[in-house]
Design a protein around this ligand. Sequence first.
Ligand code: PMP
Length: 459
Amino acid sequence: MNLSIPANDLSVAIEADRAHVWHHLTQHKSLETNDPKIIVEGKGMRIWDAAGREFLDAVSGGVWTVNVGYGRESIADAVRDQLVKMNYFSQAAGSIPGAMFSEKLISKMPGLSRVYYVNSGTEANEKAFKMVRQIAHKRYGGKKHKILFRERDYHGSSITAVSAGGQPERNAQYGPFTPGFVEVPHCCEYRAQWDVENYGERAADAIEEVILREGPDTVGALCLEPVTAGGGVIAPPEGYWQRVQEICRKYDILLHIDEVVCGVGRTGTWFGYQHYGIEPDFVTMAKGVASGYAAIACMVTNEKVFEMFKDDVEDPMNYFRDISTFGGCTAGPAAALENMRIIEDEGLLENTTAMGERLMGNLHALMERHAVIGDVRGKGLFCGAELVADRATKEPVAEKRVQAVVAECAAQGVIIGATNRSIPGLNNTLCLSPALIATPDDIDRITDSIDVALGRVFS
Ligand code: PMP
């Protein structure tokens, strides 16, 4: 297509990028000889790079973010209208969009009642961790301060968030870590650690074993992704969540669900945890909250937690002693409110469920044709296909061959993702998370391109 940006401006930008931008997750040596990838325009599910090449984006902005698709003028209008009225004041005060978005959000989260605004998923998780620590100091003499996290889960990029991260290849080189974070086993049945029938319950029982080993009076919270994302798209097996909830209640442990990826529609419900009938104490969210139209993340909690921070007014330290400067930006909640309206008015939760079933069905059909697919799994428009050299032994294919599949899809004009450099020896899952507006044609085009790519890489 003819890009709306003049060619001259594009070449100036490419040179400026090459000279000064440090890209995320990138070994820059590779950019000395290749042009940097610069995405310049987007509309719906499609994006265009600086060379004018068109791609169908099956990963919503690379990292599961642009849930309502690109080029939404109504979100841009909502942000603009708000910014010219009132762009910023510290969130120690309130704002109109902050108030209205929290009311709307809470209406979709029965049992929860308070929204704390921040900028990133990492930061939202940190706020919950800090609350757990403050509660431990206030109520338990500092003892109930440990936070459990799960092998293969990810909770962000700061030193404390990687201390709560179950992906060794992301953590390597960043220690020493924040103390008090303890790992529990993953629950991926395809990579089973126990030979039992009720795998979900068994995997949850493993959490109880860790609690008993550490001492229940030292454990304050358990932090889990509803569906593990970058660790391999793992939807926990049946029976898991019910046991997790029982265990948290039994030992008075706060349940923190990290919805940074699954939140705001990705799995076909507003939040991933809502598939499982559980009642979390903290829910953190970021990416899909405003679909990347503004930087906004939220830490949502319930009255039980909220009340603990205001019950002793004589104590001058008894409030959440925390601030996030840009949590006071109004562009975020203004965009988020319009984002939610779009999801409701366009029936995107229903579309996600229907298109997710189609995607899963297509992946199962591909499994019949390609022995290299060992497992397909997911929830809604969030699916993964694990690639193995041998179905019997489940030996993972090498990461570079998985990346070759991604490259072959890109060569056909479809951007897919894959787990990368996170779990040693297990970076072998293709990841798909198209926008919630995907049509049947989009879904079929995505899986057709994978079909061709697998044929090319593994024939
Ligand atoms: N939690 C999960 C489950 C994530 O996938 C991510 C980001 N990939 C984060 C937290 C961190 O979010 P952010 O990059 O916005 O800090």
